[in-house]
Design a protein around this ligand. Structure first.
Ligand SMILES: [Zn+2]
Ligand SMILES: [Zn+2]
Length: 183
């Protein structure tokens, strides 16, 4: 899967390999989190011969992850559509001193181009930091943990003052009293 014999492509710069495959990815790990994959990544793109030594793979992939809402922790369907473009240079061409040109390229052995590692990396880069189950998600009650989207829990939310915020406010107050004449 997603491994391509590129010998013919390297021999003839007019050749192009078409990529149209579904990756067999069950989950995506992101930091310490593991998110289940609901729709497996479908990859569409091309592999082109750049100059006989390097290849370029570009295209797009679609997948759907399940991630917890960052406010209420309910599972959320997160569809992702990711564009990618990467140059691959034959390993033996990389043997010489590094140039800027090569530093961003991945290596391949000259016969087979395996896109799995690269594409898995692209998915990790595309995972959003935060998702919400809905734009106005009310989150969980900070006192009892009740999901406030399901209705009020009975806790008195107005009394829930943050001590850190209070001390900041009194600091500001003291500051304003000191230099009250300044803008
Ligand atoms: Zn939510
Ligand atoms: Zn509560």
């Amino acid at each position: 899967m997603l491994c391509y014999d590129v010998r013919n492509l390297l021999a003839d710069p007019q050749n192009v390999i078409t990529v149209d495959e579904t990756m067999d990815t069950e989950s995506v790990s992101f930091g310490s989190e593991i998110y289940p994959v609901l729709d497996k990544p479908h990859v569409r793109g091309v592999i082109e011969n750049l100059d006989g030594k390097a290849l370029r793979c570009s295209g797009q992939m679609e997948l759907t992850l399940q991630m917890p809402c960052s406010r209420c922790m309910d599972p959320v369907r997160v569809p992702l559509s990711l564009q990618f473009e990467q140059r691959f240079i034959q390993s033996r061409e990389l043997a010489g001193p590094d140039t800027d040109d090569e530093s961003e390229a991945e290596a391949f052995d000259g016969m087979v181009l395996d896109l799995n590692e690269f594409l898995n990396g692209e998915i990790s880069l595309g995972v959003p930091m935060k998702v919400l189950c809905r734009p106005d998600c009310k989150g969980l009650c900070p006192k009892c943990g009740h999901n406030l989207n399901e209705g009020p829990c009975g806790c008195d939310q107005t009394e829930d003052t943050n001590p850190a915020w209070d001390s900041l406010k009194s600091l500001l107050k003291a500051h304003n009293n000191q230099d009250g004449h300044e803008v």
